[in-house]
Design a protein around this ligand. Sequence first.
Ligand SMILES: Nc1ncnc2c1ncn2[C@@H]1O[C@H](COP(=O)(O)OP(=O)(O)OP(=O)(O)O)[C@@H](O)[C@H]1O
Ligand SMILES: [Mg+2]
Length: 675
Amino acid sequence: MLLFRGSLRRKLLGVMLLTTLVAVIVALAAMIAYDLRTYHEGWVSDVSAQAELLGRTTAPALTFDDARVARENLELLRFQPKMRAAAIYGANGALFATFVANGTNGEFPPLPGADGASVEQRSLVVFRRIVDHGQILGTVYLRADYELFDRVLNYAGIALLVTLIAMLVAWAVSLWLQRIVTHPILAVGMTARKVVEQRDYSRRVEKRSDDELGALIDAFNNMMGEIEKRTEALEASNRDKEREVEERRVAQLQVMRLNEELEQRVQERTAQLERSNKDLALATAEANEANRAKSEFLSNMSHELRTPLNAILGFGQLLASGDKLPTTPQQKKKFADHIVEGGNHLLALINDVLNLAQIEAGKVSLSLESVMLVDLLSECQTMLEPLAKKRDVRLFFPQPGNLCVHADRTRLKQVLLNLLSNAVKYNRETGSVVVDCQVPTRERIRISVQDTGIGLQPDQIKALYQPFNRLGQETGDQQGTGIGLVVTKHLVELMGGEIGVKSTPGSGTLFWIDMLASQPNSTDPRQHSESVVAESDVAGSGGAGLLSTVLCVEDNLASVSLIQAALAGRRDLRLLTAPNGQVGVEMARTHRPDVILMDNNMPLLSGRDALLILRGDPKTADIPVIAISANAMPTAIAAGINAGFFRYVTKPIALPELLEALDGALALVASRKTS
Ligand SMILES: Nc1ncnc2c1ncn2[C@@H]1O[C@H](COP(=O)(O)OP(=O)(O)OP(=O)(O)O)[C@@H](O)[C@H]1O
Ligand SMILES: [Mg+2]
């Protein structure tokens, strides 16, 4: 059964060979059986016929008991080689005649057997009664070769050969035939293997027949189609899933990045918040400090205001009471000096505060120009000397040659005066102040003020530019409001400069300012001021010998008195006064004064409105009107000049300023008259 194990090809071969073998064996067996039967029946019939013939020919010899004839008849059998022995029995059963072929033993049965044929060993034995007219004459005995077994052997040999040949043919045929069956199956197998190996589900097996194998291939191809479809769907779904996974990965990365960014932002914001909180705390502390400084300032201011007011009011009251009027001119001058000093002090205070307010509000207009340091420093020296002398402090000023800085001359002077006054104020007795000019770079000039004073502690330097903070000098003997340096810093920076300080406590302080360097200007300020002076002289001389009329329109009697006193010494002037704007306008029309001094702030008709009326009247239109106002704001001054006032003199009135304005107006009038 080995054939049925293993490949389909072997199984098919086994099936075919077995089938062929069975068919051949059955066919051969049938043929041999038929042949043997035919042989047996034919041979029995032949030998029986021979016995019958022999009986009939021998019957006379029996009748006549002629044994010789009988033997002769038997001897004829010699021509039939397959007859081995023959005998004739008499009616009594005794042997009558016998025949034995050559090479055969001569044994005979002692008595005849019954009619019929039988096979004994490899011989066919036939007994036949010899009957004549119903009388048994005797019995024929024939013994012949019986070749059935030889035939069987022959047939077996032939059958074997035929079977072998048939098997060979069947094997050859099956080899050819099985291709028809196995080829498509193997093709299916091969395709299936390649599909598995290459994962190529588009492969199909070619269909070559419409039989079961065709159906098998169809089924296989259909199955492949289905698998391909499913695989594609699966791959598409896998691709979708991969894409989804990739998208998720990207999204996850983005989320992670966003998280990181968020964390970073949170950290930054937290840091910002912490910084803002610190700034806020700092700002709050600064605001508190500023508030405290302001409160201190107010109390300082109050103190500072009250001190000079005390002198003014005190001496004023003394003068007003009439009891203790000064008698000698020295006493009178002393009284007046106290009052003037107090007034000047007050004025300085108000100017300082206004100045700071303007600077902090960004309302300072600078006129930047090339400022020659040599002049400026000499002016500062002149102004500082009295204070320095008072404190026995020596001043050392440099000779800066023709160094020029780009600055507003007045403001720069203010800055230097602040620094110098501090250097003197906070110096020790018999100390010194050294001013120096250096050129650290081509673009910058450094002006430094070094003193030998008490110096500043590091924490004092930190709080240096805080308004109203006098750094412990509140109780000192030096007067001040604590805004000088704040104003100084603002001004320096507004002019594009920088301020700095170095100090050694106990041995002195150095303040420096760096300013932009510039080239000397062709219009020298000295020439300018000289020309102004020259004009004044001209005006003064122009007015000499003529009596000019001045109308003072002022509702405040004290102010009127002050103006009267100031102009009392002027022999060239005649002073008229009007108590309000309306009367002033009327008087101007009637008296046609040369100059009008007009208070700005009056009830009923303000100075500005009065000016408009005067300008609208041809009789008064050309009269120069000088405004006198307590509103010292630069905008108010500019507005006044724009409105048409000849000059704008602020209260408290600085008498030289008033006189200068008056002379200017008179010079204008004089020049009109001469032209
Ligand atoms: N050269 C200096 N040496 C020592 N301390 C100084 C010097 N300059 C300024 N200071 C300190 O700085 C404070 C502030 O100066 P700042 O000039 O702003 O105000 P002030 O001099 O007190 O008043 P003012 O507004 O009248 O100038 C001073 O009160 C003083 O304590
Ligand atoms: Mg000062």
